[in-house]
Each structure stands twice: as structure tokens, then as C-alpha cells.
Design a protein around this ligand. Structure first.
Ligand code: T3D
Length: 270
């Protein structure tokens, strides 16, 4: 009985690595991959493994079935029960906030493939990726206010910066579903693609990112994500320091050599 329980917990989020590509699949399709406590535990263990590994070049986050993720599993929120109410602040402190921080800090590019609806914390997880590719039929919903909550997972910080205050507020206050094409037009995601081309587009992007000079990509992420918090002088200094470091890497030497030789570079993340 115990072993079966363990297996179910492990299966709720899948993780596989091949050729430098790590794939995290949220895997409770009958619940639209709503985030249960077991999924949080499993994601935490997967992130432990990711932080230990040194063979990853890119990380994919995707959902199984017709949804990306429907946010917090509301079947784990028995609001009709009497007794001490659940402390949602604790839920954020212990689970959501560490998950957001750790996903944003993985030391390879994070690609989020939004295969279907992304609601609540599911939308939050999607938006924190370095790049988001969505199937055209997918939609993003800040469904928090629909159940009497406010946006979390850093959405209230990130979204106004991405798409501006009026759109971010409109989306959050109404809880309206934003189709993938509109999300792309608003600058919320990198690309919306026809459903038939979704898998091939995601795979092509994974290959591109896996073969890229990883250190240069991570320096770029670090510079751009933090740019909102720095003034121009600080940003110029950061660019100087990071360019100095990157100029000493094998990948830089390979990039320049390949350009001169008119061949494709073979970057090795060194
Ligand atoms: O609690 C804390 O720790 C605080 C943190 C909160 C973070 C949050 O994420 S709050 C927001 C929670 N999420 C939601 O409010 C979204 C709820 N879901 C929906 O609004 C809709 O399901 C969708 C818009 C995502 C999709 O709609 P639709 O019509 O395509 O599918 P559906 O029929 O509603 O759902 C299919 C099944 O999945 C259904 O189960 P059934 O009837 O077939 O047995 C539905 O109950 C289940 N499901 C969908 N979302 C959730 C869920 N079950 C549990 N939790 C869910 N979030």
C-alpha cells in the first residue's frame, strides 16, 4: 500500500533528461494538472536533482493532456469544514514562493510549453519562464480573483512589467481568459503557434537552446531580468563585468573561430 502511494506521488510530475534536455511534465491530466501537495513535494525533489546535475543545457516545463496547469488543487482546500482555516500565507511561504524562486534560478534556460489552459498559479508558473511557447488553443487565466484571492507566484510583480498596468490589472480584476495569440500580441509570451505545429516548434526551440552557449544565455537572463531594479550605470557595469568573464570562456573562442571559419559553432557550455 505504501509503495503504491509512493509511485503515485512520483508519477504526478515526471522528470527525464536526454541529450542535455531536462523535461518536467505536470502529470495529473484528469485534474488539469492542478497543483497538489504531492506535486509540490515532487517538484521540490526534481529541483534538488536539477541543482545537483551539471549535464543540463535547457529545461522544459509542460503539462500532460489538454491543460498546462489549473493552479492550486482546490480539492485540497476544504473550505466548508469547520475548525481552524488553512493559512494560505503559509502555503505561499512554504511551497509557492520557493518553487517560483527555484525555477527562476535554474542555471539553464527555462522554456515553458503552454500546451493548454494555464490558470491561477498555473499561469504564474508559465509566465516566469525565460521563454514561453503556447499552443494557439491555449489560454491564460488569472483566475485568482474568481475564487476570492489575488495573483501570486510573482504575477503581481511580473505582469505589469511585461504588459503594462492597464492590461495586467484588467486581466487580474476580471479573471478573463486571454487566448495565446492575444498573450503573444501583448508581449506576455514569446510565441503562439498553431496546435499542429506546437510540438515541433517546442522541440526545435529546445534544440536551439541546448546547443547555445549556456553561460552567455544565463548572463543575458541575469542582466535582463534584473534590469528593472538597476539604473543605467549599474547595468553598464554589470555588462562590462559579465562580458569580461564571457570573453574568457571556451564558447566565446569557439564562436569567433566558427564565424571566421564559416561553420556552425559547437558550444560546450564552458
Ligand atoms: O491555496 C493556496 O495555497 C493559495 C494559492 C493559490 C494559487 C492558485 O492557483 S488560486 C487559483 C486556483 N485555480 C483555479 O481557480 C482554476 C480552477 N479551474 C478552472 O477555472 C477551470 O477548470 C479551467 C478554466 C482551468 C478549465 O475549465 P474547463 O471547462 O476547460 O475544465 P473543467 O471542466 O472546469 O475542469 C476539468 C476537471 O478538472 C474538473 O473535474 P471533473 O468535473 O471532471 O471531475 C475540474 O473540477 C477539475 N479541475 C480544474 N481545475 C481544478 C480542478 N480540480 C481541482 N483544482 C483545480 N484548480
Amino acid at each position: 500500500m505504501m509503495a503504491r502511494h509512493g509511485t503515485e506521488q512520483d508519477d504526478c510530475v515526471l522528470f527525464a533528461v536526454e541529450h542535455g534536455i531536462g523535461r518536467i511534465t505536470l502529470n495529473r491530466p484528469d485534474r488539469l494538472n492542478a497543483l497538489s501537495l504531492a506535486m509540490h513535494h515532487r517538484l521540490s525533489a526534481i529541483l534538488d536533482e536539477i541543482e545537483r546535475r551539471n549535464d543540463l543545457r535547457v529545461l522544459l516545463l509542460i503539462g500532460a493532456g489538454r491543460a498546462f496547469c489549473a493552479g492550486q488543487d482546490l480539492s485540497e482546500r476544504p473550505v466548508e469544514q469547520t475548525g481552524a482555516p488553512l493559512d494560505l500565507g503559509e502555503s505561499l511561504e512554504l511551497r509557492y514562493n520557493p518553487l517560483v524562486r527555484r525555477l527562476m534560478a535554474v542555471n539553464v534556460p527555462l522554456l515553458c510549453a503552454v500546451n493548454g489552459v494555464a490558470a491561477g498559479a498555473g499561469a504564474g508558473l508559465a509566465l516566469l519562464a525565460d521563454m514561453v511557447i503556447a499552443a494557439e488553443s491555449a489560454r491564460l487565466i488569472l483566475s485568482f480573483t474568481r475564487i476570492g484571492l489575488m495573483p501570486d507566484c510573482g504575477v503581481s510583480w511580473l505582469l505589469p512589467r511585461l504588459i503594462g498596468q492597464p492590461r495586467a490589472l484588467g486581466m487580474a480584476l476580471t479573471g478573463d481568459a486571454i487566448p495565446a495569440r492575444q498573450a503573444e500580441a501583448w508581449g506576455m509570451i514569446w510565441q503562439a503557434v498553431p496546435d499542429a505545429a506546437f510540438s515541433s516548434t517546442v522541440e526545435a526551440m529546445l534544440q536551439t537552446l541546448a546547443q547555445a552557449p549556456t553561460q552567455a544565455l544565463m548572463a543575458t537572463r541575469h542582466a535582463m531580468r534584473g534590469a528593472w531594479l538597476r539604473d543605467l550605470d549599474a547595468q553598464l557595469e554589470l555588462e562590462r563585468d559579465e562580458q569580461r568573464r564571457l570573453g574568457l570562456t571556451e564558447d566565446y573562442r569557439e564562436g569567433v573561430s566558427a564565424f571566421r571559419d564559416k561553420r556552425q559553432p559547437q558550444f560546450r557550455a564552458r
